[in-house]
Ligand binder design. Structure first.
Ligand SMILES: Nc1nc2c(ncn2[C@@H]2O[C@H](COP(=O)(O)OP(=O)(O)OP(=O)(O)O)[C@@H](O)[C@H]2O)c(=O)[nH]1
Ligand SMILES: [Mg+2]
Length: 317
């Protein structure tokens, strides 16, 4: 294990891939590994890219990679698809273009699906970010499909979040979920070669005007990702946002909030697993359920009694 971590710190790609698989599969050794890795994290800047299926996230990421490499930045890409059972090194059909970068030693691309991390995809993603951060990547790009709460959780890990929209059609601006409006630091109107692009941009701007008191006003950047149009501007906007985050002190604040949230989650996770490990061992949960179903006991006192049997501080945590 120790060796795997030192290989990672020495830039060994196979060690990086291996470690991501371990966190993805919730390996028992995971916590120890993450503990060893942690002191080496905190240097990467994380950029989230989210949007409806097919909005052009992968092609945007693909072109952004070229901009980043031109600036001599090393990059890790994690393509998260909560709807896909695939994970691991597999590069899916729509990501074929990204294979152009596969030979570039300074780019590391990984896709993550629900396999092996059911219900814990956002945690697995966060942990994979830590691995790539310790691996020494300057920038970590997270591509995630905008389908619901899971992607909001994932995006909360990013320092800058790009929300990708397309002209009218399917997701007209009115239908954008409020949550998505809130998480966007930059709006991308991709497929701006299609009719309605200007109107979409105008509508987003009008929405933004309604809360013009915000210290950062998200720019609305039109792109045609299949033709490499607007990508340079997009990269400039990301850099502007990063500068704003750093100079205003906001980056420190949001990272602090994130750490606080993660600590709380970690404590809750430990408490839960500690408690349930004992409950399952010592009490016949089924019997108790049976009694509650038969109205011999109520769930409120049953829960209280359960807790009374638990040794909170004994055993290992
Ligand atoms: N006309 C036009 N088509 C585009 C543009 N960008 C992407 N596309 C097309 O849209 C389709 C989806 O592009 P992707 O980059 O795979 O989109 P995605 O958001 O990563 O898709 P998922 O990962 O499946 O959610 C592809 O067929 C692209 O060729 C664009 O700027 N204009
Ligand atoms: Mg994609």
């Amino acid at each position: 294990m120790q060796q795997l971590v030192s290989e990672l710190l020495n830039g060994n790609r196979r060690a990086a891939a291996r470690l991501i698989s371990l966190v993805e599969n919730d390996d028992p050794q995971k916590r120890e590994l993450l503990r060893e890795i942690y002191p080496h994290t905190g240097n990467a800047y994380v950029i989230g890219v989210t949007g409806a299926p097919g909005s052009g996230k992968s092609s945007l990421v693909d072109w952004l990679l070229k901009e980043l490499r031109r600036d001599a930045l090393t990059v890790g890409v994690i393509a998260v698809d909560p709807t896909s059972p695939f994970s691991g090194g597999a590069i899916l059909g729509d990501r074929i273009r990204m294979q152009d970068h596969a030979m570039d030693q300074d780019i590391f691309i990984r896709s993550m699906g629900t396999r092996g991390s059911l219900g814990g995809l956002s945690r697995a993603t966060r942990e994979a970010i830590q691995v790539l951060d310790a691996f020494g990547k300057d920038i970590i790009l997270i591509e995630t499909v905008g389908v619901g709460q899971s992607e909001v959780d994932i995006v909360r890990t990013a320092d800058s979040t790009l929300v990708v929209l397309t002209p009218a059609g399917g997701d007209s601006v009115q239908t954008i979920k409020a949550g998505i409006m809130e998480i966007a630091d930059i709006f991308v109107v991709n497929k701006s070669d299609l009719p309605g692009a200007e109107r979409t941009a105008t509508e987003i701007n009008m929405m933004l005007d309604m809360k013009s008191d915000a210290p950062w006003r998200p720019p609305v950047v039109p792109t045609v990702s299949v033709a490499n149009e607007g990508i340079e501007e997009l990269w400039k906007s990301v850099q502007d946002h990063r500068r704003y985050m750093e100079e205003s002190g906001r980056l420190i604040d949001v990272r602090r909030e994130r750490v606080s949230r993660e600590l709380t989650e970690q404590v809750e996770y430990l408490v839960k697993s500690h408690i349930w490990a004992q409950v399952k061992e010592e009490i016949k949960l089924d019997d108790l359920v049976g009694k509650i179903v038969n109205r011999e006991q109520d769930p409120y006192s049953a829960a209280g009694e359960l807790l009374e049997t638990i040794d909170f501080y004994g055993k290992d945590t």
